[in-house]
Design a protein around this ligand. Sequence first.
Ligand code: NAD
Length: 271
Amino acid sequence: MGVLEDLFDVRDQVALVTGGASGLGYAFASILADCGATVIVADWNGERLEKELRGLSSRGRVAGYPLDVTDAPAVRACVDSIVAEYKSIDIAFANAGVARGRPPLLPEGWLDDMSMTDYNALIDVNLHGVVYTVQAAARHMKRQRSGSIITTASTAGLRNDPFTPYSYAIAKAGVVNFTKQAAHDLARWNVRVNAIAPGPFKTNLGGGGPMPPEAEARWNSVIPLGRMGDPAEIRGLALLLASPAGSFMTGGVYPIDGGALLQGPSLPPAG
Ligand SMILES: NC(=O)c1ccc[n+]([C@@H]2O[C@H](COP(=O)([O-])OP(=O)(O)OC[C@H]3O[C@@H](n4cnc5c(N)ncnc54)[C@H](O)[C@@H]3O)[C@@H](O)[C@H]2O)c1
């Protein structure tokens, strides 16, 4: 095998991807399948899961698992069943997430307007769902004394973001620090934990369907590269963190955002 194949070799690995039936999760699942891992795609949208599995199955060893990540016993049962069937869990992407509510930039997005129903529902998926997934995977990885866990945070968890609802920013900040806490704890068992912090990507997060042009233009205007990301552009970072190439990486939070975290006013287009 060549040096590149060795560095990024995930062929004997068993991977779980939550929220894998769409967007970034689908990109994580597809790169792992393309590189020969066994991938279990878990998602609460059964219809979408079935549809996407048909395409993914032609690319590698893939199985689907209907799962709501807010149901802690169900998450644990999912991971236990993976280990029972495939003998290990080597890679876990705690990725499932939703968007709810309005950002402070828009009317009804101010602090006074925050709906606690929306807030609780979002925290349940985007923060508690991540904790349950990491906890369930770590139990087995500790016993194995190996594993790579990747959480999906957000640039919205790293600084204020007027484009993002309060609940979402709070949940993602929680994911960032939870990832670091778990990385420090689990390093004793040779289990690595890192977060990917995406900026704006074109996915179904807003509910699906094409984004209104004015919303896309607003995002584009705050991204130095001038455009939103394509989910396929996250595959390289995902594979780096999952594979032997990332063997000394733990506790990191890796932005992938077209420069959105950079400071300074928008610059005029280049001539
Ligand atoms: N798209 C972006 O711009 C962006 C930016 C930063 C972070 N993220 C994060 O990336 C992750 C993936 O989102 P995406 O943009 O690919 O969105 P998406 O809507 O395309 O995909 C999310 C997937 O998660 C699934 N899901 C939602 N709630 C679930 C639950 N309770 N249990 C199981 N599955 C569930 C959905 O059915 C869907 O298939 C999320 O954590 C999101 O917060 C996205």
